[in-house]
Design a protein around this ligand. Structure first.
Ligand SMILES: Cc1cc2nc3c(=O)[nH]c(=O)nc-3n(C[C@H](O)[C@H](O)[C@H](O)COP(=O)(O)OP(=O)(O)OC[C@H]3O[C@@H](n4cnc5c(N)ncnc54)[C@H](O)[C@@H]3O)c2cc1C
Length: 503
């Protein structure tokens, strides 16, 4: 069987992409090198924009069940929380959901939607021509080949797909070298000063240019991080041992605090790189495969998840042959600058968490700025990804912005806008049917749903004064009409984002 899309990697990016592709009707195969899911979580949270997108796909409740809500965001552990409630969202918080759980939920959804997932099957090479891609796979029963129209490498920071394509991965080498342990401790951990709300325990050593920080993962279990600056690992490739962590703890904090029941050991640096291109013909990259950075502020998983939501409907429409030819290229054009901005803010955070006394003035200044509501709001928008704006032609300030989850008054009663996006289709929302009837979108009804609302049950909402909005499947506004402008430009926007009308 020939697949429409082969997704390489069943991490959060690949799994979400598989869900989106299946909603678009693409025959999708996910290849995952590991025979079993890993039992540990790198990422521990999802930010507000990801929560909104999960809601739009009907997954919000499953993710929110039992998940603690973190209302204050963290920037460089400076101790002044980011105020997510300063942004117009129904979800002014990050959800504490370990990556293992995120992957479990997304795997269940991808399978339910009909994606095929082969665990223990690794991509080893690929060849492409004008018609498709031939993928060489190493599986439990030996090597074999798969044919597909497109392939997406969601295979993490050391992406084989990126390397096979010869795409450069330029960036900055690390200056922070950390070891991590998820473990229990017999002795009470020291309460840290200046480590910020996310890291209630820790020790800061300006003299050593090092720190220890820990926060609770579950009752009695902590994630402990020991970071040293400009002190490279003796052997970067050697696995971290309990002894390494004990020695680092003793050096920085004077004790190993009776560490035991160690569940996960790893290394962490602030290496930051971005792929030079996200696409080579019929092969694309998403998630960590095209950007890596310090996990400061917990942005990486969210960035990959949102790559997947941006790419999914565009690639789905391309394989269904309804997309305009340029649509697929808007993925890189839109997402590359967003990742570049995350790299920038994480590089800035990497400097701010360096205890070198030379940076003390910078830290103090940043703390002052975080106390200014406008600056705090700016950084909350960056870290939560709620402020993402894609470049789009047109004047209206909402163009390229996410649509908030508006409470609509409809013929069927009160309904949230997010509930109209479960199938990942476009939505033409008319708020003033006298001015915009929606008839112009009838020829796109196989791709765009018409939602007629009498109004928005929220005074002062972002869409006040608008007659209609055209919203892409990923929740970004691509056309806005006022009672004065009516449907001017609507047909053009429908063609640009959804292709030619059905005949
Ligand atoms: C300590 C730490 C803490 C973090 N905390 C956060 C946080 O709080 N919030 C946040 O948003 N992010 C955080 N991150 C980052 C986040 O974990 C990553 O950004 C995220 O895992 C990227 O997802 P991905 O699907 O793109 O790649 P990955 O999760 O790396 O998944 C790639 C998958 O591809 C598979 N694969 C690789 N090669 C092949 C092949 N040849 N064939 C088939 N399969 C292959 C791998 O086995 C893997 O399953 C953290 C990272 C670290 C290290």
């Amino acid at each position: 069987m020939r697949y429409d899309v082969v997704v390489v990697g069943a991490g959060p990016t690949g799994l979400m992409l598989a869900c989106e592709l299946r909603l678009a009707g693409a025959r999708t195969l996910v290849l995952e090198r590991l025979a079993e899911p890993v039992g540990f979580s790198k990422a521990l949270g999802v930010h507000a924009r990801t929560v909104e997108l999960l809601d739009m796909r009907g997954l919000g409740e499953a993710f929110q069940a039992d998940a603690p809500k973190l209302r204050g965001g963290n920037f460089a552990s400076l101790g002044v929380p980011l105020d997510f409630s300063s942004i117009d969202t129904r979800h002014p918080y990050a959800l504490f959901v370990p990556q293992v759980r995120t992957e479990e939920l997304l795997t269940g959804r991808a399978l339910e939607l009909g994606a095929e997932l082969r665990r223990g099957h690794a991509l080893t090479s690929l060849e492409q021509d004008a018609d498709g891609v031939t993928v060489s796979v190493s599986g439990p029963e030996g090597p074999y080949e798969v044919e597909c129209a497109y392939l997406v490498g969601c295979d993490g920071g050391s992406s084989t797909v990126r390397k096979l394509l010869g795409i450069d991965f330029p960036g900055q080498d690390p200056h922070m070298f950390a070891v991590i342990a998820d473990a229990r401790f017999r002795e009470e951990l020291p309460h840290g000063e200046g480590m910020g709300p996310m890291r209630p325990y820790g020790v800061m050593r300006h003299d050593l240019r090092a720190w220890f920080a820990a926060f609770p993962l579950e009752p009695g279990v902590f994630r402990a991080t020991l970071a040293f600056f400009d002190r490279p690992y003796a052997d970067r490739r050697a696995p971290v041992t309990e002894e390494d962590v004990r020695a680092a703890l003793t050096e920085v904090a004077g004790s190993d605090f009776g560490m035991h029941d160690v569940r996960w050991l790893s290394r962490l640096t602030d290496t930051s790189r971005q792929a030079e291109r996200y696409r080579d013909g019929r092969v694309l990259l998403a998630g960590d495969a095209c950007h890596i950075h310090l996990p400061a502020g917990g942005q990486g998983l969210n960035l990959g998840f949102q790559d997947a939501v941006n790419l999914g409907w565009k690639l789905g429409a391309t394989v269904a042959d309804t997309a305009p030819p340029e649509l697929l290229d808007t993925y890189e054009a839109e997402r590359r600058p967003i990742a570049a901005s995350v790299l920038r803010n994480t590089r800035a955070q990497a400097v701010l968490i360096d205890p070198d006394p030379r940076f003390e003035g910078l830290r103090e200044l940043m703390i002052e700025l975080l106390r200014v509501p406008e600056t705090n709001r700016h950084l909350a928008g960056l870290i939560s990804a709620l402020d993402v704006r894609y470049p789009m032609p047109g004047e209206h300030p909402l163009l390229g912005r996410r649509v908030p989850d508006l409470p609509l008054a409809t013929e069927d009663g009160a309904r949230r806008l997010s509930t109209y996006f479960h199938a990942a289709r476009g939505v033409l929302l008319t708020l003033d049917a006298h001015k915009v009837s929606g008839d112009e979108a009838a020829a796109w009804k196989d791709r765009v749903d018409l939602v007629t609302a009498e109004g928005v049950a929220e005074p002062g909402s972002a869409v006040d004064g608008l007659a209609a909005l055209l919203i892409r499947p990923d929740g970004y506004i691509c056309w806005a009409g006022t009672p004065k402008t009516g449907t001017d430009g609507l047909t053009n926007a429908l063609r640009t984002w959804f292709g030619p009308p059905a005949v």
